[in-house]
Design a protein around this ligand. Structure first.
Ligand SMILES: [Zn+2]
Length: 158
């Protein structure tokens, strides 16, 4: 038996913020706005894990209204989500994800992101796939107004 979950997230790009994608800080003149570090990819992966385990969504476990999560390191939230999944007797098998971002280019950082996510998930890097796409200059991604991320995760009983 294996269980599959989907995750989606988006954040607005703004000045005077750091751009953190999958736990890796990417040099850029703008970053992502949000209550935590606004790591759009980590948030999508968390929702995919929680979804596969039937544990609801990121907002129910790490609410914006909770001061504990202000400027939180989302990789730490991901590690908490992995522990919750394990608490259900489940173990991540693989994660596949796509980052939708017009600029900057994700490719120079893709290996570092993969390694960071794999470590947090307790997976070999081959089991964590990170893809990138642009918005083709249309929509909020294409106009550079924000960044979105999609993820799927599968789990198996431990
Ligand atoms: Zn988010």
């Amino acid at each position: 038996m294996s269980l599959v979950g989907i995750g989606y997230d988006s954040h607005r790009l703004a000045g005077a913020r750091r751009l953190i994608i999958g736990g890796v800080e990417i040099p850029h003149e703008r970053g992502l706005e949000g209550h935590s570090d606004a790591d759009v990819l980590a948030h999508a992966v968390i929702d995919a894990l929680l979804g596969a385990a039937g544990l609801g969504d990121i907002g129910s476990h790490f609410p914006d209204s909770d001061e504990r999560w202000r400027d939180a390191d989302s990789i730490e939230l991901l590690e908490v989500a992995v522990a919750m999944v394990r608490g259900e007797g489940l173990e991540p098998v693989n994660v596949d994800c796509t980052v939708l971002m017009e600029e900057p280019k994700l490719s120079p950082h893709r290996q570092a992101i993969r390694a960071r996510l794999a470590h947090a998930l307790g997976l070999r890097e081959q089991r964590v796939n990170v893809k990138a796409s642009t918005g083709e200059r249309i929509g909020f991604v294409g106009r550079g107004e924000g960044v979105a991320a999609l993820a799927v995760a599968s789990l198996e009983p431990r």
